[in-house]
Write a protein that binds this ligand. Structure first.
Ligand SMILES: [Zn+2]
Length: 87
């Protein structure tokens, strides 16, 4: 597929909003469809996703609620086991 023209440019512009989940689901489908048929934009998308994941990983505050609860549960479990062994 030829990757020149406003369609591609528009897709890349929306890509950033897509990554931030700031666009409507319908637009997401359009961008996804464009990425599926456009290797150039897919490359750009992959690079952006990689950067995003690195940023998320380096920022503990963005840890999902489930992970947070799992960590808190593990801490509580360790505390209880420590209490038992000391008794
Ligand atoms: Zn494209």
């Amino acid at each position: 597929m030829n990757c020149e023209g406003p369609d591609c440019e528009d897709a890349l512009k929306r890509l950033y909003l897509f990554l931030d989940h700031e666009i409507a689901t319908g637009d997401c489908d359009q961008i996804q469809a464009h990425l599926d048929g456009c290797p150039d934009c897919m490359d750009e998308y992959s690079a952006e996703v990689l950067v995003k994941s690195l940023i998320v990983r380096s920022c503990a505050e963005t840890a999902p609620e489930v992970l947070r609860e799992r960590v808190l549960f593990a801490i509580r479990k360790i505390t209880i086991e420590t209490d038992i062994s000391e008794a």
